[in-house]
Design a protein around this ligand. Structure first.
Ligand code: UTP
Length: 466
């Protein structure tokens, strides 16, 4: 271990790490020392005392209703302005200025699927995976607009190798591999909630976890991907999560409003199901647009209704954003960075007798960044409403709400609606699956002159080659 690292460990009361290294043989010692050297010590210097001091003394931010939201269109004027936004978004796509970002580094503990979540089979008829649906959407879009749409996929140590192997085994679902950038997010160590000492997971491993989806910014910078974006001429990024197969990737309406309103970050929301729904909401916090986490919204605000009985804090975050490349680069390299959230969690650890302990109560602090913290730091942030049934049906839990069953059913129902809107008869119990390569929206089905049996058990529209 070099002298400067040893000094840092002494200064920050982390000498147990020096002792742990000294107990190991040369090869293992090197392993552990490398991990210790990778810990962002400059950040830990501030974070450890902050975590130990707790947040109880922090005053609650001032929360006000959301400004600058575009609701689903109802009036003729609104319908016209959505049509204009769509034209502007299509022009951005035609110009090849758009890229896409997928965050796929999460551990998916609630779902309990023993692989990266993108490999989950979600097609209502076939075993089409989440990844396949995303790649097929981008392929259809890039073909339609005659442009390249680079796809930046953030993985983590937990998901990287398997994701890469899966995508390469499936030949990137026909997408040009040179337009796919797989890059790993960083990690943060966990600290003991009493002593502030960094925990070990085993004699040779620091207890680390992914640094949150907000780790995206540092990860893009480390992998030099802002340069790649510039090389592609990409100025605007469509951001989505791995768990929602209904996402409309690079939605032209969203891109168009983002550009016409000069926004640096635009967020899609759905109206909350009810006051108790556990989603973050968009609101004004300390006079800036921001996401208030579910646990931070006081009950009297979450239940507050207006004169027509509608929730005042209605705008549920579905983690779909359009963001300017410049904003991301500024927050990755400038003086203002995304804040770090400190969470009190149960983290297994190696005790002083070298036994791994599975704690029964929270024993450690973990550190994460969230992408949505970019919103209050952006110019002209904008919010746009979408329909939950069409666009937000994530796979989060193994059963019940937001599970594979509910998500598959939503995909099938959306397929039925698309076919019906395109003029076909479809029975309610027909299971429908439509590959994005066949249709990205109902209008694509209209031109196809399909010969369908509307009473069939299943309708499957996929390319002949599949
Ligand atoms: P979630 O908050 O749903 O977390 O992630 P998760 O890890 O996937 O699932 P649980 O909570 O363990 O059940 C939302 C999105 O952010 C990504 C996930 O892959 C998902 O697309 N994510 C989350 C990351 O890329 N990195 C992270 O560190 C955390």
């Amino acid at each position: 271990m070099n002298d400067s690292l040893r000094d840092t460990l002494q200064e920050l009361n982390q000498t147990h790490l020096i002792t742990a290294c000294e107990k190991l043989d040369a090869a293992d010692r090197q392993l552990l020392e490398e991990q210790i050297a990778q810990i962002p010590w400059d950040e830990m210097r501030n974070l450890i005392p902050q975590a130990l001091a707790g947040t109880a003394t922090e005053s609650l931010p001032e929360i006000q209703p959301l400004e600058n939201a575009i609701r689903l269109p109802e009036s003729q004027d609104e319908i016209t302005s959505w049509a204009q936004a769509r034209e502007a978004g299509l022009a951005l796509l035609d110009a090849g200025r758009v890229g896409a970002i997928l965050v796929a580094g999460g551990q998916g503990t609630r779902l309990g699927f023993p692989h990266p979540k993108g490999m989950f089979p979600i097609g209502p008829v076939t075993s089409r995976t989440l990844f396949q649906i995303f790649f097929e959407q981008l392929l259809a879009l890039s073909n339609r607009h005659g442009v390249r749409i680079p796809y930046f996929i953030m993985t983590s140590d937990a998901t990287h190798d398997e994701t890469e192997q899966f995508l390469s085994e499936h030949a990137w679902f026909g997408y040009p591999p040179e337009d796919v950038y797989l890059f790993r997010q960083g990690t943060m160590p966990a600290i003991d909630d009493n002593t502030g000492q960094i925990l070990l997971a085993s004699p040779t491993q620091v207890a680390i976890s992914p640094d949150g989806h907000g780790g995206l910014l540092n990860a893009l910078q480390r992998a030099n991907l802002f340069q790649s974006m510039k090389h592609h001429g990409v100025e605007t990024l469509f951001y989505h999560q791995v768990d929602n197969p209904c996402v409309t990737m690079c939605d032209p309406v969203m891109l168009g409003f983002h550009s016409l309103r000069n926004s640096e970050i635009t967020t899609k929301v759905v109206a909350k199901r009810n006051a108790a729904e556990r989603v973050g909401i968009l609101a004004q916090m300390n006079q800036r647009q921001a996401i208030v986490e579910y646990s931070d919204l006081p009950l009297e605000l979450s239940e507050k209704t207006d004169s027509s009985g509608m929730l005042v804090y209605w705008a549920g975050n579905i983690a779909i954003h359009v963001m300017n490349r410049d904003l991301l680069e500024r927050l990755a390299t400038g003086t203002t960075r995304l804040p770090i959230h400190i969470a009190h969690k149960k983290v297994p650890y190696l005790n002083s007798e070298s036994r791994v302990i599975e704690p029964e109560a929270p024993n450690a602090f973990k550190f994460e960044r969230f992408v949505f913290d970019a919103i209050p730091l952006a110019q002209n942030p904008l919010v746009i409403e979408t329909s939950r049934e069409d666009e937000f049906n994530p796979v989060k839990n193994a059963e019940g709400e937001d599970s594979p069953a509910s998500s598959k059913q939503a995909l099938s129902r959306r397929g039925q609606r698309w076919l019906q809107q395109a003029g076909y008869d479809v029975a309610e119990n027909t299971v429908v699956e439509i590959s994005p390569l066949e249709a990205l929206e109902p209008a694509d089905l209209q031109d196809m002159d399909l010969n369908l049996d509307g009473d069939a058990d299943e309708i499957l529209l996929i390319p002949d080659s599949q």
